[in-house]
Design a protein around this ligand. Structure first.
Ligand SMILES: N[C@@H](CCC(=O)N[C@@H](CS)C(=O)NCC(=O)O)C(=O)O
Length: 232
């Protein structure tokens, strides 16, 4: 089974890319940037001209990072990255995936691409400012959740939503309050970075991710295995 992933470094392809490494089978990476993203051939795959795009062995083509994560994690239950339909964590897992892509990622998009909302520079600056304030509130809530119920979004089991959160946190590195400045978010990032699949993804993409010294104590658990125990 060979998947193809269209990506570029540090983009929304990070989380699907890490999951492909967890699956552990060969896959093809196709770097897609600039004019190529707007070519007729690429727009047939994703009419929005963005990454990621996943192409399956039967030619099925998907876009939307969270959908690709969900699709891969469910198709490969051996990765343990998605709770089964009757798993007690299932509802909360879906809640986090949707919250991250629908609410947190949306605020992030306003910060990264205010030009998609208005071409008036002063309004863009205001939008960026407000998006950052909104994100700080969202991080506060997520950090509090991880403090109470963590170390990961669904407790002590590492799921695709944890990769997704680690990816979104990397996108905040140039903000006034980057995600990793919240101690429990920082710990989740360090747990993602301890996984070989996330490490390999960062290496393939030739990018790094900030993680701060742990101030709260990392739990003694092995988050790499199923059942134990988340733009440039
Ligand atoms: N909601 C989409 C967002 C995709 C997206 O905006 N991707 C960015 C990179 S993070 C992109 O390809 N931008 C290139 C462009 O807009 O030209 C997803 O999660 O897949």
């Amino acid at each position: 089974m060979t998947y193809k992933l269209y990506w570029y470094p540090g983009s929304a392809a990070m989380a699907p890319h890490a999951i492909l490494h967890d699956i552990g089978k060969d896959f093809e990476l196709i770097e897609a940037k600039g004019a190529f993203l707007k070519s007729a051939d690429y727009l047939r795959k994703n009419p929005n001209g963005t990454v990621p795009v996943l192409v399956c062995e039967n030619g099925e083509t998907l876009y939307e990072s969270a959908a690709i994560c969900q699709f891969l994690a469910e198709r490969h239950p051996e990765t343990g990255l998605c709770p089964a339909i009757d798993d007690p964590c299932r509802g909360k897992y879906l809640q986090w995936m949707m919250h991250l892509t629908n609410t947190v990622q949306e605020a992030m998009t306003i910060w990264w691409h205010p030009d998609q909302y208005t071409n008036i520079p002063e309004v863009q600056a205001k939008l960026k400012y407000e998006a950052e304030a909104r994100l700080a509130k969202l991080w506060q809530v997520l950090d509090g959740h991880l403090q109470e119920n963590g170390p990961l979004l669904c407790g002590d089991r590492f799921f695709a939503c944890d990769y997704y959160l680690a990816m979104l946190i990397r996108w905040t590195r140039d903000m006034r309050e980057p995600g990793e400045s919240f101690p429990y978010l920082n710990r989740l990032v360090s747990m993602a970075m301890a996984r070989p699949a996330y490490k390999k993804m960062l290496q393939d993409q030739n990018i790094t991710q900030n993680v701060l010294p742990d101030t709260i104590g990392t739990p003694s658990m092995d988050c790499q295995s199923e059942g134990e125990g988340f733009c440039d």
